[in-house]
Structure formats: structure tokens, C-alpha cells
Design a protein around this ligand. Sequence first.
Ligand SMILES: *[C@@H]1O[C@H](CO)[C@@H](O)[C@H](O)[C@H]1NC(C)=O
Ligand SMILES: *[C@@H]1O[C@H](CO)[C@@H](O)[C@H](O)[C@H]1NC(C)=O
Ligand SMILES: *[C@@H]1O[C@H](CO)[C@@H](O)[C@H](O)[C@H]1NC(C)=O
Ligand SMILES: *[C@@H]1O[C@H](CO)[C@@H](O)[C@H](O)[C@H]1NC(C)=O
Ligand SMILES: *[C@@H]1O[C@H](CO)[C@@H](O)[C@H](O)[C@H]1NC(C)=O
Ligand SMILES: *[C@@H]1O[C@H](CO)[C@@H](O)[C@H](O)[C@H]1NC(C)=O
Length: 603
Amino acid sequence: MPRRRRRRGDLAVAAVLAALVLAAVGVAGGDGGAEFDYRKLSGIIIPGFASTQLRAWSVLDCPYSPFDFNPLDSVWLDTAKLFSAVNCWLKCMLLEPYNQTDHPECKSRPDSGLSAITELDPGYITGPLSSVWKEWVKWLTFEIALKLRGGPSLVFAHSMGNNVFRYFLEWLKLEIAPKHYIQWLDEHIHAYFAVGAPLLGSTEAVRAVLSGTTFGLPVSEGTARLMFNAFGSSLWLMPFSKYCKADNIYWKHFFEGKGGCPHRQQCDEAEYISDYSGWPTDLVRIEVPSVRDMGAYPSIMDITENITSSMECGKPTLLSFSAREVSDGTLFKTIEDYDPQSKALVYQLEKYYQGDPVLNPLTPWERPPIKNVFCIYGIDSKTEVGYYFAPSGKPYPDNWIITDVIYEFEGALLSRSGNSVSGKPNNSSGDGTVSFNSLSWCKNWLGPKVNITRAPQAEHDGSDLQTTMNIDHHHGQDIVPNMTRAPHVKYITYYEDAESLPGWRTAVWELDKANHRNIVRMPVLMRELWLEMWHDMHPESKSKFVTKAFRGPLRNEDCRWDYSKARCGFPEHCEYRYIFGDVHLGMSCRLKKTSTNLLQQYL
Ligand SMILES: *[C@@H]1O[C@H](CO)[C@@H](O)[C@H](O)[C@H]1NC(C)=O
Ligand SMILES: *[C@@H]1O[C@H](CO)[C@@H](O)[C@H](O)[C@H]1NC(C)=O
Ligand SMILES: *[C@@H]1O[C@H](CO)[C@@H](O)[C@H](O)[C@H]1NC(C)=O
Ligand SMILES: *[C@@H]1O[C@H](CO)[C@@H](O)[C@H](O)[C@H]1NC(C)=O
Ligand SMILES: *[C@@H]1O[C@H](CO)[C@@H](O)[C@H](O)[C@H]1NC(C)=O
Ligand SMILES: *[C@@H]1O[C@H](CO)[C@@H](O)[C@H](O)[C@H]1NC(C)=O
């Protein structure tokens, strides 16, 4: 494979074609006697934008290779590859902000179509409007998966990878005849697992655009800001209102003539009568000097000097912006005089998002027409939901400082400064990166009746299981289970609907304290995904979803030494079996050879 230096800066996301090794890992002899050939299934992983600290950045690196993804391994993307490539991608990251062209020294990019496949470094997905990745996802992943493995695919998307997948679905709808669209999806996609999807955007995107977020990279915030703003796809994470929908771009000419202002967003009345666009609080508050006395396009230094001087002399004004005003460009238009980047951001918003011929991605997403949809996210971490900015007096890109941060945390709003905060917190908080209202938007994909189960994340025997059946769910409202949490126990809460759409299933899993960036490496998530898939594929499964009543060891690694009892834990399933080379007691605890019906109980 030729090593290729390359980069489109907006390759913020990538599809990774990965063979999903479902052959019963470590459950040797314990597959319950099923004759099912799991190898027919294949999985497609669409990682997110900086989805795990450093990790997703590695899709931006120079060459890397496909890897096998084993659902019980804690492998998502390889961090080591990033470190070897930081310099390479730094050079290639910076795109010309208006026309999204490459750095002159870094032009190489994948061929589209089949010639790219043969020398595949996976993962060439660009932002909206780029044709490269559409071909890619379609041919490389779904078609090939169907041919090679003879079965439909499982799609796993993390974070912004979900936005990519949504865009792909919309594009496909325009690409194939309407009556074949659902059929294509049925044949090619068995299930879609949306992990940590920022369904209404993320406030962190605002921080990244105005002041820079390093995601743990060894660069300054200013450099991070330059890079982030250079990607056409960074605005894809802008927070927006759930009440505003886009008009179809093809209808746009009907609205023209209204004062020359293209009509691009239609908001429900709720947008104007409810506060904060349905978010917990205003997303951005900016302190600007009250006197604006500038030429048409003054230089950066002049502006900052004058902002600084009038800050000292005049009274600053505090401007507030809701999610709608962030995503419709109002925020950037307002600060145009103070921020040299704003004009380009407004331009990108209008051209690549509001004006995208396939989809304005800054609009709420209804349930995708896929048979099985699982929406999975962490809750109850402290998550940023709003910022106060003020001019710093330094030149771009360091011209804003964050003077205060608003967090949501377990049903309350807090501020970094300790000042009191007004707002409407949700009952839970987000996953540390994306706020709860955005993650939990997919609860709207559930039907009018929902079964709820709460179970501990750790291995358990079912004694702590809470279940309520057929709870009424009103579209647009959160479903708050009437269930308890014991202190210091982390739970998973499953919301399931196998009724409202005949033959289709929808589920939402909330994992207590699961972090946005690390959720994809959590053994608990891997276990649940694996069991759900195993259940779904098993010809003898009786329940609609995998049963929750018991979670025990599945692999030798799950058997541990129980020091208090001086024997292996889970004695029904694990036994002490020393094998030469074992260096501690736990290693010698292995699954019993006799436990052939280990997986039978999950059907
Ligand atoms: C993109 O913009 C740069 C800088 O403005 C310009 O030099 C270049 O010719 C443009 N490329 C295209 C394809 O328009
Ligand atoms: C979260 O709170 C907002 C603001 O009060 C509200 O509009 C929204 O419905 C809530 N979302 C959920 C999922 O509870
Ligand atoms: C900045 O302020 C000075 C006087 O304080 C003024 O002469 C100058 O024109 C201002 N610059 C701009 C760009 O407004
Ligand atoms: C959810 O929050 C609302 C308002 O903050 C409160 O009245 C209600 O009791 C909460 N529900 C639960 C289950 O915590
Ligand atoms: C919640 O459950 C408890 C006991 O399970 C019950 O007494 C109570 O009425 C329930 N509350 C609501 C609001 O349904
Ligand atoms: C809830 O569970 C019961 C029992 O498994 C099932 O009959 C019912 O269809 C489920 N309800 C929904 C909404 O899926």
C-alpha cells in the first residue's frame, strides 16, 4: 500500500470499514449450541470528530490501516498512530476558509470510486457537499459488505459520525428512486447504533469556534481555533433549536422577494414563546463595547485596540444568543465588527449548511427509516451548556476570552464563577461534552408506549432490576422513569419500543456517568452491543430485545478471583483452572467448560 500523505482539512470524520468479528469470542463451547453463522454480518464504524480524546483525530492523520473490530475489545481507533503523524496533519489541516481548498503543500487526496479502494486507507469523508465520501460509504462499505458477507450491515456511529450517517441517508434518498429507498435500507442495514449522537448540536462547538478547544492536543487554543475554523465540517456541531426546521431548498424560489432575504428556517411558535430555544439556558453571552464606531473593514489590530479602549472608557453591553441565533448566523453577524473570522463563518453557514442541496444538517432529525435503531449515550456528567465571552484585547485568533462557563449537572445549573444562573435545567445532565437535551432528542423516536428497564451496569443477578411496562410517551417530552438509584451504583436505563412500527424496533440506552469520549471503549457498552446482536441474530430468541435479568461473565477475562471468598467469583460459570504461564489467581479463573448454555439465558 503506497504511503500517502494527504489531507482534506474537513476530513473531520471518516468511515472505517471494519470486519466485525462476531465469532463467539472466548465463549468457546458456550454458544448455546446455536448454528448461526455470525460471520455473515459485517459492521461499519463511523467515528466522530475528536470523538475520543486524541483518538478521532487519528483519522486525520497520515496513512493508517483498516483494523479488525472485535466488539468485546476496547479498541476503537489507535492513538499511537496519531502521535507519529501530528506534524503531518497539522500542515494539512488548514484549509482556505471560503472555497475549502487545500494547503498548497498538501493537496493529495484519495481518488474517488473503485481505484481508491484497492489502496485503501479507510476514511475519506468530507463535510457536506463533497462527493468523495458519498461514493465511499455507498460502495466501499454497504455494497461490499453485502457481497462479501452476504448479509446486511450493522452501523455503529459515534458522536459526529452520526451526523455523517444522517447526511448519507438523506443523500441516498435523493439518489435512488423513492420506492427503492426503504428496500435498499432493509437489504443493506440491519441495525443502526447511534452512540453519543449530538442530535441538536453541542455547545462545545461554540467554544471551539470562538476560542479554540484543543481536545488534549499539544497545541495552543488559538492554533486549535484556526484549525477548527478551517474545516468546513466544524459548524456541523453548532447547537440549534429543536423548534426550527429548514424549508426544502428546492422550494426556495417561492419565498424569494421577501425583502431579498432568503427564507431558510421555519420555526414553530414554540420557539418564540419558550425560552432558550428549548436548551437549558442561553448558549452564548458576549460582552461588547457599547460604542461601535468603525470603518467598513478595519484591520484586526485597530479593532482590538478600539475594543480595548472603549472597554476601558465605556460601558460594555451584554448580548445573549439562543441556540437558534447561534445556528442561523445571528451571533456571527452581530460580532462581525469584532471578529475577523465571523464573515467566513456566516459564509460557510449559508453556503454549506443552510444552502446544502441535500440537507440542512442544523435541523432536528426524525427517526431514520431503519429496522432497528439503538440510540446510546451517557448521562449525569457535568456538561458545559453556556459561555460568557469578552474581548481579550489580543489579536485574532486569541481575541476572545471565556469569562464564565455554565454547566448542567444532574438536574441543576451551575456556573464556574459561582454566580447564580437562570435557566431551565433538564432532569439529567449530559455526557461531559454534549448536553442532555441534545443526546436525548432520540427519545422522540420512540412510540407512544415505552417499556423501561433499569439494571446495574456491572455484572448482576437481576435482584436489583426495575421494570415498568407500557409507559405513556408524549412526543416532544422527556420520559422520566419513576425508578430509584442506589448510591454508588451505576445503571443502564433501557427505553424500548417494539410495537409502534410493525416489525421495527427502537431503543434508547442511557448509561450513568458514561463519558462522551470514552463510551466507545467501555466494556459494558461492548458487552451490551454484543449481547443484543447475538440475541437478534439467534434463531431461537423469544423476546424482542435481549433480556436484562442477568449479566454474567462471557469471556475468560470476565472471571475474577474473589478475595473475600477465596475462590473464583461467579462459581456457577467460572472455575479455577491453572494454565502454565498464569501469573496471578484471577488469570486462572476461567469459564467452566461445562457451561454450554452460558448464552442461552439471554435469548
Ligand atoms: C481559493 O481561495 C484562494 C485564496 O482566496 C485562491 O488563491 C484560490 O485560487 C481559490 N481557489 C479556487 C478553486 O477558487
Ligand atoms: C430539557 O429542558 C428543556 C428546557 O426546559 C425542555 O424544553 C426540554 O423538553 C427538556 N428535554 C428533555 C429531554 O427533558
Ligand atoms: C480607533 O480609535 C481611534 C481613536 O480612539 C480612532 O482614531 C481610530 O479611527 C479608531 N479605529 C477604528 C478602526 O475605528
Ligand atoms: C424533573 O424535574 C422537574 C423540574 O425540575 C421536577 O419537578 C421533577 O420532580 C423531576 N422529576 C424527577 C423524576 O426527578
Ligand atoms: C412511583 O412509584 C412508586 C412505587 O413504585 C409509587 O408509589 C408512586 O406513586 C409512583 N409515582 C408516580 C408519579 O407514578
Ligand atoms: C413491552 O413488553 C411486553 C412484554 O415483553 C410486550 O408485549 C410489549 O409489546 C412491549 N411494549 C412495547 C411498547 O414494546
